[in-house]
Design a protein. Sequence first.
Length: 255
Amino acid sequence: MPDWNPELYLKFAGQRGRPAADLIAQINLESPQTIIDLGCGTGNSTEQLHHRWPAARIAGLDSSPKMLEQAREAHPDWRWIESTIQDWRPAAEYDLIFSNAALHWVPDHATIFPRLLRAVSPEGVLAVQMPNNFQSSSHSVMKKAASDPRWRGALRDAAENIFIEPVAFYYNVLSKTAKTLNIWETEYLQIMDGPAAVLDWMRSTAMRPYLARLADHERSHFEQLCLAEYEKLFPADDQGKTLFPYKRMFIVAVR
């Protein structure tokens, strides 16, 4: 899959930053010494972690060279690791393992979530936020567009690159190891600049597996099909704004 587009991703930095802040607010650690931000991207959530715990040694991990390039430019003195979450094997335990909107791209949650919790120090925390809106109308639009005969074969199974389980699944896989668990969902009503902004939001994240399989001349056609549906689902009001519901899942596990 092509590398991430930091500029497009950061177009919605405010909306993407709020779930990270809400997750951090529920982490009851006074002074963790070591923190890692898995799937740190350009380092926005890493910055929030630093503001909350300025004395901690903080590292960020991401598989995207372009995202990490921006992170390093902003904070050259911090530790940035280029790796997938699947391949990451820490040499020592961390007081806080944090992941904001990354683990839904990683398969085999039955294995990886317990492994991440075991990498947390005793009384430390695994804190995770994942989008949980993959059954929403915005995703149904992409699946419908993918069924177009022009590219049906190329886009078969494209939606299966997302990995997320029901809430009860995470309770079951973590409760055997966690000392305490806090799991909840929040649906954000994001105020967007019309349906074109909804398209850009989807292009920057969940639409990437679809676009990656299409030729250059096909991508714009696919995007226009989606935009036509978003204009029906999320019409702009007289101020050019639309509400874009977006559900997210949060997990805070204390080892």
